[in-house]
Design a protein around this ligand. Structure first.
Ligand code: ZN
Length: 176
């Protein structure tokens, strides 16, 4: 186990653009270590996604682990234990929809963010093979949230009104 510290808002490196990963880096021991650390860290934190810069590695690598029984996703592509290298999101068409997002780098907060709900995700896998997946609904939001991290963007930047950023406690009261 190698659980790494998750950096939180206020850390300047979270606001930097991360570097593209080369094919030789993908095959390196460094990448195997990074993926292992990201997996251990995400499982320990019980999150659904983690971007490398959240553990202080400025590389365009994202790990998703959205359980299939999360209540939002019906059919389609799955994001269980999926590593995406150099991911690029292309918005396919409308509509947008909002979700109350949370982030391991913004502890104790929830914010309502609207994002496009039909996207294509192009990336390389751990074999340096190009992959392409399409997502609708909640998983498109999850993809865009994680990939924002690679550009130094946090979801709180996308919350349109102050009232739409609340504490975890306020959020739990609202939904009950
Ligand atoms: Zn996040």
């Amino acid at each position: 186990m190698s659980v790494r510290k998750i950096l939180t808002v206020g850390t300047s490196s979270l606001r930097e653009r991360s570097e593209e990963v080369t094919k030789s880096q993908i095959r390196s021991p460094m990448m195997r270590r990074l993926v292992r650390d990201m997996t251990d860290t995400l499982l320990e934190a019980k999150g659904i996604g983690l971007a490398a810069p959240q553990i202080g590695e400025q590389l365009r690598v994202v790990l998703f682990d959205v359980p299939e029984d999360n209540g939002y996703v019906e059919g389609g592509e799955s994001l269980v234990r999926t590593i995406c290298i150099n991911p690029v999101v292309t918005v396919l068409d409308g509509p947008t929809a909002g979700y109350w997002e949370g982030c391991l780098s913004v502890p104790g907060k929830r914010g309502y963010v609207e994002r496009p709900q039909h996207i294509r995700l192009d990336f390389m896998d751990l074999a340096a093979k190009s992959r392409s997946m399409e997502f609708d609904g909640f998983l498109s939001t999850v993809c865009q949230h994680e990939i924002d991290h690679l550009d130094g963007v946090l979801y709180i930047d996308r919350v349109k009104e102050p009232d739409l950023l609340v504490s975890e406690a306020e959020f739990n009261e609202q939904v009950e």
